[in-house]
Design a protein around this ligand. Structure first.
Ligand SMILES: [Zn+2]
Length: 321
């Protein structure tokens, strides 16, 4: 045997990404297919299995052994049972994912929430490499969160820690997908920013955003770069609320790093300058001085890299490390 490998799978609502990695985190091979969530969990599992089989064949052709498979799922997994308890995007409840994958592979399979595996990826090979106490937030349709303390993933008592998007910032705020009102993600997710643009257009505000078809958060940042007043106001409002959210996290956890991921994290200074300034306004002096707020580095690969990391961490646990 000339070396060992791990397979990382990033199961998303629209795409399944898979990667074969060595123990240092170098990607040997990558693959991506459509999830086809509407076809049901067994079809989705079969599509994941096909990627796993190809990765295993690739490893065999390299004369290397695969230690296991990590899967990041967009919801809450039950690691002990090998099930996905709930995944809103996939419309899954109590899906025995590991049992389905067993039909194609004898390798050990480890499940973890997608925000958590992205954070593990960034900690291993991305923006959090030098970090010991790290919080990652991912701004997308909603706002995902993950907590790494003392170098280890913190998942809480029932595996659901890090739901930063559902911390309430204003109880009188907009209705949230979780059924409550004024959660952080109702003010600063991509969805929220697009909603604010629609409201401004409905009020008759003049903005270039009115002409954009299928408006996304990234269009708002592009318009803001060009000086669009409505776009600038939306970013001002979103970063004000996000600053409160991060300020609270900074005061509670005293992290050394907060990593901001998701599509909008590529927006650069137009996002990060106001976000850093406003987060500091809501933080106490000592923890404010200890934290850096930085963009994620790994982009779309974070999930696969972190999922493979999961396999290696489980191996370490077994050895008592
Ligand atoms: Zn909520």
């Amino acid at each position: 045997m000339t070396g060992e490998l791990a397979i990382g799978i990033d199961l998303g609502g629209t795409q399944i990404k898979g990667a074969l990695l060595d123990v240092k985190g170098n990607i040997i091979r990558k693959q991506q297919v459509a999830t086809l969530a509407n076809a049901g969990p067994e079809t989705v599992a079969a599509r994941i299995s096909r990627i796993i089989t190809e990765m295993e064949n690739e490893a065999a052709s390299l004369n290397k052994k695969v230690k296991g498979i990590g899967v990041g799922v967009p919801g809450q997994p039950d690691q002990a049972e090998g099930t996905v308890v709930f995944a809103a995007n996939l419309r899954w409840r109590h899906v025995p994912l590991v049992e389905y994958l067993r039909r194609a592979t004898a390798l050990p399979v480890f499940l973890e929430n997608d925000a958590n595996v992205a954070a593990l990826g960034e900690q291993w090979h991305g923006a959090g490499r030098d970090s010991f106490n790290m919080i990652m937030i991912t701004i997308g349709t909603g706002i995902g969160g993950a907590l790494i303390f003392n170098g280890r993933l913190y998942t809480g008592s029932s595996g659901s820690a890090g739901e930063i998007g559902h911390t309430v910032i204003d109880p009188d705020g907009p209705l949230c997908s979780c059924g409550r009102s004024g959660c952080l993600e109702t003010f600063c997710s991509g969805t929220a920013m697009v909603r604010m643009a629609g409201e401004a257009i409905d009020r008759g505000r003049k903005t270039g955003l009115a002409k954009v078809e299928n408006l996304e958060a990234r269009d708002i940042f592009t318009a803001a770069q060009a000086g669009d007043e409505v776009a600038l106001e939306i970013i001002d409002r979103a970063t004000w609320y996000l600053g409160i959210g991060l300020g609270n996290l900074i005061n509670i956890f005293n992290p050394d790093t907060i990593i901001v991921g998701g599509g909008v994290s590529k927006a650069g200074d137009i996002l990060f300058e106001p976000l850093r300034r406003k987060s500091m306004e809501w933080s106490l002096e000592a923890p404010a001085g200890a934290v850096r707020i930085i963009p994620a580095h790994l982009g779309n690969d974070a999930g696969c890299i972190g999922a493979a990391r999961l396999v290696l961490l489980q191996e370490n646990k077994k050895c008592g490390n």
